[in-house]
Design a protein around this ligand. Sequence first.
Ligand code: M6P
Ligand code: ZN
Length: 189
Amino acid sequence: MGDTTVIPFFVQLDLITGKLSSFSERVVRRLSDLRGLVADEVALRRELEHGDRIVYEVFKINVPPIQGHLFFNVTVIHPGKIGEEYHFTKGHYHMNEQAAEIYIGVQGKGLLLMRSYNNFRVIEMQRGVLAYIPPGWGHRSVNVSHDPFVFLSIYPADAGYDYERIMREGMGKRVFATSNGQGYCIVDD
Ligand code: M6P
Ligand code: ZN
């Protein structure tokens, strides 16, 4: 039998800005949370001297973290670079190797980096792009624009997050600004 402790509900999503009418939790990730993940740790330390700015925020709607339920979040990656590397999320694999995820681009422009062993995929995200992350693929998002990059994600509530593996193995790709500061280049890592 399914879990019937939650009664149906809705929230309003502004499809232009990605703003939610309400949320249960706001997770804030700052520069200091990206220690050990950036290409240029010296640049990170230098930027930290000017303050520990917010890199991205996740607006979560809480449902029980158990099989059968779905999490849905809005993630906002603020524009910016660490050295020449564009702001990105920590990235994770799902603890539950059966758990897929769907991303829906809402605002701005980003890249969805994915890795499964030595297979790599990159999807350009913008409003209306529906991307599928199959089970077993690590995923990280990057803001390659000068505006906030906002996306909605939907995934099994028992997916779990494995950040360790990303720490150990990396995503295999990094995204830097081009010299004129307008575009991006994807580099093997
Ligand atoms: C999306 C989802 C979340 C994730 C968030 C930030 O909303 O994939 O599960 O928490 O992005 O990414 P990370 O957990 O890698 O910091
Ligand atoms: Zn995920």
